[in-house]
Design a protein around this ligand. Sequence first.
Ligand code: SF4
Ligand code: SF4
Length: 417
Amino acid sequence: MLSVEEYTRQAKMCMRCTFCKFIDLNWVKSLRFSRQCPIDTKHAFNLYSPHGLLHSALAELDGSLEFTPKLMDALYKCTLCGACDARCKRNLDIEVLQVIENLRIRCVEQGKGPMPEHKVMADNIRKTHNEYGKPHEDRQKWVGDVKPAKKADIVYFVGCNSAYKQPELARNTAKILKSTGTNFMLLADEWCAGNYVIATGQVDLARELAEHNVKAIEESGAKTVITSSAEVYKSLKVDFPRLLGKSTEDMPYTPLHITEYLDQLMQDGKLSFKKKVDMKITYHDPCNLGRLSEPWQEWVPNYVRVIPIGKVWRRSDRGIYDAPRNILKGIPGIELVEMERNRSNAWCAGSCGGTEIAFPDFALWSAGERIEEAQATGADAIVTASPDVKELLTKAVKAKKVKMAVYDITEIILKAI
Ligand code: SF4
Ligand code: SF4
């Protein structure tokens, strides 16, 4: 979390150039798909924009602006997708996303935030350790006939969505691991990883979840943690370390998304896909796996004039973009086509940052925008690597009444194994 001094410094550096509203001109292929900030694209009003929120952060700090319902509407509709952060860092290297995150933390500290739906989610997690308020004892109900090992060097961290809402995705992941001969175990007492808890500014609960889960991983003795949830992956790699005041490399485990793990097996010649999957598909980069998943590096602000000393920048170019594409390209029969906005320029499908929980209609609109972009490629299907995103894109396809199949990447992999 930023100190007030650093928060102010970062917010003040914004020069209102508005570049963060658009993808880089050298990557723009059409006006239709040239914008990148969902709140700005929807509202076209400066409060609903990255620099509008930075400006509001300064105004709130000097007491000239309070957390009014309108400010909170903009602040919590922001999906924390990080597109503005990636874009700004190609110009000025401002920590745009961290300022917006800290503005949410201040909103909670002052007793105004988060939104009522986020408070319900937090209460559910306190009582049942999952977002939905389902019985904690049902967390491993998905297992069925897939038998994880009692003890292994690898833990599969399932996450709330796959454990409760889409158990078939948890079973897919487990079956894929088994089919590659991977010995894995589950945590005896996995809790919600808390991606949307920290995103909504509820830091104390987020820290409690990080402490519990890291302790559970340590006690398991495993050194590698695999997940097929982009949201859990970001928690393991970025949020847990920063909540505990550490860097990713100092954590007692190595976090891997299932696509990274399988891509490595492919590179090592230990995995190849035999079955043909005849499909023209496009891949949607979940923000939590791409832009937001770079390793976290703790840094105590240290400047010589305006030059930060010893800071390792997170500019969204080291996210997990290649691994899922390598896997899809390695499956015979698949034709992979790219949407205009891809990799670090990807449009947010709307489920990040807790936005869908409080503003489902806005999130659905954002997902609908992505579906239109996917349709423009001529693909039969859109594939992603996040249970939450798959769920939202599926809703968008239904709402728009269009013909487009939506898959989680584990579903495609299982067809090919
Ligand atoms: S956040 Fe960065 S890109 Fe956006 S207006 Fe400010 S300086 Fe420009
Ligand atoms: S994080 Fe995403 S939604 Fe929020 S201001 Fe930045 S680009 Fe817009």
